[in-house]
Design a protein around this ligand. Structure first.
Ligand code: SF4
Ligand code: SF4
Length: 342
């Protein structure tokens, strides 16, 4: 994968990129992050740790420069975090002085405003109508939480709020599952809507908005963790099938659960700090086929591991897959080089 390949044959470039498990991991993470904004921060940390562990091993063996790019990206995140933190802190202090709560409603001009707040199961969206510095109407546009909370908590609070015509803190809700989060999300949505009616209400700068939305998203909630658990299971199944199609013989490496039964029967057991054949299977999982090739000379091909592994992995299986993968990679690189020289 070179810059010249990207410029001259982008389809081939992206196809080759997808054959790398680290790249696929990033693609999955981007798709999930786009669907579930509340998972962004968790995914970002998970991807950095996973790529760090994959690329650091490669760096130790052949000084692969990818680890440098990863460090540069982490440095960018740290600098971005500090810049965003300072901006958010300053703007929040200014916002505190212009809060639309209570008598702050006098700053809100007449009109209809839409706001959003994070509820128990997702974002709650409301439309708030203001006239003569009073709240005269509230319409709930999106509400993913329990209907019982809507009936028992939200409705009562809404009536009280319309009677007073201004935003105030609701009382502690009864012990109803998720009621506190839902009510907080509802109040935050109203506050967000009212803030839009204050002409000089301060806003975060473009960098902070982009940084927060791309890398942090919404705060993780319980739904995020459930969704990530389901997606992880789907990823395992998909990755197993996809990897087997891309590089035959390597798909099962993702299912190895380190039981070491294969190591127990292998006459070689360990070389250069790698347990044989379990270490070969794990190196294959990480896509480090060159290292598997290097270590393959120690396998005597007795086949005992194949009979022992509960999921059908074996030293010879991953070794032959690694040889095929490296051969194909070298062939594609040499074709590319010839094309560049021509
Ligand atoms: S085939 Fe190779 S990896 Fe498997 S038990 Fe024999 S020597 Fe070990
Ligand atoms: S026996 Fe199979 S599942 Fe167990 S460590 Fe070896 S390769 Fe992995």
């Amino acid at each position: 994968m070179t810059l010249s390949e990207l410029l001259h044959n982008p389809i081939n470039f992206f196809w080759n990129a997808l054959r790398t498990r680290g790249v696929r991991l990033v693609v999955y993470a981007i798709i999930v992050a786009a669907i579930f904004p509340s998972s962004r921060f968790i995914l970002l940390v998970a991807v950095i740790l996973a790529l760090g562990s994959i690329w650091w091993r490669e760096y130790r063996f052949n000084r692969n420069s990818k680890v440098i790019y990863l460090l540069a990206f982490i440095a960018f995140l740290l600098i971005g975090y500090v810049v965003t933190f300072v901006n958010v802190k300053n703007v929040d202090e200014l916002r505190f002085g212009m809060s639309p709560w209570g008598d702050g409603i006098y700053q809100v001009t007449d009109g209809t405003y839409i706001g959003e707040g994070q509820g128990y199961r997702g974002p709650i969206k409301v439309e708030v109508q203001v006239k003569d510095h009073r709240i005269i109407g509230i319409k709930t546009l999106d509400y993913p939480d329990l209907i019982s909370v809507l009936d028992n908590q939200i409705k009562i609070f809404k009536q009280q709020l319309l009677a007073r015509g201004r935003l105030f803190a609701p009382g502690q809700p009864e012990m109803l599952r998720g009621a506190t989060e839902t009510l907080t999300g509802y109040v935050n949505a109203i506050q967000d809507a009212l803030s839009k009616g204050i002409p000089a209400f301060p806003h975060y700068d473009w960098f902070s908005r982009t940084f927060l939305s791309l890398f942090i998203g919404q705060a993780p909630n319980r739904v995020t963790l459930n969704a990530l658990a389901i997606l992880f299971a789907v990823f395992m199944v998909f990755e197993y099938a996809f990897q087997s199609m891309l590089i035959p013989g390597t798909g099962r490496s993702i299912n190895c659960y380190n039981c070491a039964s294969c190591v127990g029967v292998c006459p070689v057991k360990e070389v250069e700090g790698v347990q044989i054949p379990m270490g070969l299977v794990l190196l294959t999982r990480l896509g480090n086929y060159e290292r598997v090739m290097e270590l393959s000379k120690y396998c005597v091909g007795c086949g005992r591991c194949a009979a022992k592994c509960p999921i059908g992995n074996s030293g010879p299986l991953v070794i032959s897959a690694a040889f095929q993968a490296v051969r194909e990679k070298r062939r594609s690189t040499s074709t590319q080089n010839k094309r560049d020289t021509a």
